[in-house]
Design a protein around this ligand. Sequence first.
Ligand SMILES: Cc1cc2nc3c(=O)[nH]c(=O)nc-3n(C[C@H](O)[C@H](O)[C@H](O)COP(=O)(O)O)c2cc1C
Length: 245
Amino acid sequence: MACHGGSGYCATLDSSMSNSPPFIPFEPIQPDGDPLEAVEAFRDVLAQRRSIRHFSTKPVDLAIIDSIIAAAGTAPSGANKQPWRFVVVGDQATKRRIREAAENEERAFYEHRASSDWLEDLAPLQTGPEKPFLEEAPWLIVVFKLMRDDRANAVSERVYYVNESVGIATGMLLAAAQHAGLATLTHTPSPMGFLREVLGRPEYERPYVLIPIGWPAEACLVPDIERKPLKEIMVVHQHDEDQST
Ligand SMILES: Cc1cc2nc3c(=O)[nH]c(=O)nc-3n(C[C@H](O)[C@H](O)[C@H](O)COP(=O)(O)O)c2cc1C
């Protein structure tokens, strides 16, 4: 048995667990000043993130993309399986193939696959089957979810809560990109199986989302959308029932 940590919670560890890594002290970040102010400042930054559909062709250093993906790779995941792969595309020929295949699927989507409700919901965003941003953005990040753990040292090949895990990692990727001043679009050509073929990925890697990333085009406009107010998205259970009567 071993016990780590300071004055707070002290985990009881069983060193006989054969697959268990060593346990180390957790080091939380210390916000400068008031935690409420810190989170409010972070919230204000996140609130400025927008999906954009017009990118500048100005290059973005691959080192920035590396760091954004490394940030996404810190996400929590079911049983720490990290069931994601981020394929980064910067060459024009592959971007063109992806655009052509995406536009084929999107034409079918807008012409007959999408329900009338879906088209009505999309109408205010003024999206359509043309996807020039797939060639204009300097990089496309194609996020794949892994349907098996392919590491040589994996305890088992199974993966858990893959959609949840990859969704969280993708959200962190978007936030990291925004932190660098870059803009993104979360794009889901429907269906997007073609991405696996174009990028030569194995069968157990399934396309999850396609993210063009770059600097926004000059004078780029975005729809003036509303976000739900806090009272609509938050429900609080705070007070314990009075046990005294
Ligand atoms: C899972 C998901 C799929 C999306 N797919 C598309 C898409 O295929 N094409 C597109 O133009 N926008 C797509 N979007 C972007 C949404 O339209 C956008 O997030 C929403 O309108 C809110 O705008 P904001 O991102 O600027 O806050 C998608 C967003 C999410 C989260």
